[in-house]
Design a protein around this ligand. Structure first.
Ligand SMILES: Cc1cc2nc3c(=O)[nH]c(=O)nc-3n(C[C@H](O)[C@H](O)[C@H](O)COP(=O)(O)O)c2cc1C
Length: 321
């Protein structure tokens, strides 16, 4: 059963994706990237779809409301990508206003036409990530899944919430099951998997071909390895040594810094501060230490400060979380 690291804007940068793979994620995606930017060769958009030979397969995720721009982007991207994922799930108003992301689910015909046009333009597989419809008007999710399967989509990942719900309520795994039952291509279940128990429950409830984990993997990339270990899928020792959260976080932070050094120009890791906050969230003394972070401007110093904090914690025997 493959476990996917969900695409997350501002979180799943290249170094983080490589780290997640080292600690158990089977597949990773870039954060969603605007077809309007990529098709116009905007540098900041192309920086989001950088990869590394260690990230194989490489799956950039794109979004847009204009079919022509999406097709153009597929053509431009496919030389460097193994698969291209189309986003029909983003609820952000500034995306939905342009008739992109989850807003497209309002219009099944347009989704199908966009998917067909992208598949026609592509020499590589096209996959889709979507929600359970918009939450207003008729539910279009199941119909869309069947129609895009017929167009040749290779895999669908379903986040079990509607556009209207954004992140509220619970992911509706039973509706994911209805989709799993209605199509023959692999369906990946997404939403509210945060540990081995919820992973097992989600597999049972949905019958999905794989699970995708988002928020549960923020600051805790080892969640993939932990789920596999707890469910008895793997039995080797963790790569970070002991089964201890403080040690795991410290190991992951060091590795994140190393990978960032390898893949980014100095000082160009744009999510480092955010990861610093996530990696230390909920740990003893973390809020006090975070106040100090406001005064740190350069990334090297930030990295060292967090390293020291996590290492000290890992060495305290009573904090085996
Ligand atoms: C900070 C953040 C950024 C996200 N960015 C994206 C994105 O770029 N593309 C996408 O398809 N979904 C994005 N999502 C949605 C997640 O991929 C996932 O569908 C959602 O968080 C539900 O899964 P979870 O309950 O495991 O978090 C984002 C979610 C979060 C929390």
């Amino acid at each position: 059963m493959p476990l996917f690291l969900a695409p997350m804007a501002g979180v799943t940068d290249l170094a983080y994706r490589l780290l997640a793979r080292e600690v158990g994620a089977d597949l990773t995606f870039t954060e969603f990237t605007a077809a309007s930017g990529l098709s116009r060769h905007a540098k900041h958009s192309w920086l989001k779809v950088e990869s590394d030979p260690r990230e194989s397969p490489f799956i950039p995720q794109i979004f847009g409301g204009d079919i022509g721009e999406m097709v153009q982007t597929v053509k431009l991207l496919q030389d460097r990508a193994d698969i291209i994922d189309l986003n029909f799930g983003c609820p952000a108003p500034k995306v939905c206003r342009n008739d992109a992301g989850a807003a497209l689910l309002r219009n099944p015909d347009k989704v199908v036409e966009m998917v067909r046009s992208c598949i026609d333009a592509a020499d590589i597989p096209i996959t889709v990530k979507m929600r359970l419809g918009t939450g207003s008007g008729p539910n279009t999710a199941l119909e869309i899944c069947q129609r895009i399967e017929a167009e040749g989509v290779k895999r669908i990942c379903v986040h079990g919430r509607t556009l209207r719900q954004r992140y509220s309520g619970e992911s509706d795994w039973s509706q994911i099951r209805d989709i799993v039952d209605a199509v023959d291509i692999p369906v990946i279940a997404n939403g509210d998997v945060v540990d081995a128990k919820s992973a097992a429950d989600c597999i049972e409830a949905t019958g999905a071909a794989g699970l995708m984990i988002g928020r549960g993997a923020i600051g805790r990339p080892t969640i993939f390895d932990e789920i596999k270990r707890d469910l008895g899928w793997i039995s080797n020792d963790p790569i970070w040594g002991e089964e201890n959260q403080a040690i795991a976080r410290s190991w992951c932070w060091e590795r994140y810094l190393e990978l960032s050094d390898e893949v980014y120009e100095e000082g160009q890791c744009k999510n480092m501060k955010r990861h610093a906050v996530s990696f230390t969230k909920g740990l003893p003394g973390a809020s006090k230490m975070r106040v100090d972070l406001h005064n740190i401007q350069d990334q090297k110093t930030l990295g060292i400060r967090i390293s020291k904090y996590l290492r000290d914690l890992a060495e305290e025997p009573q904090i085996a979380m």
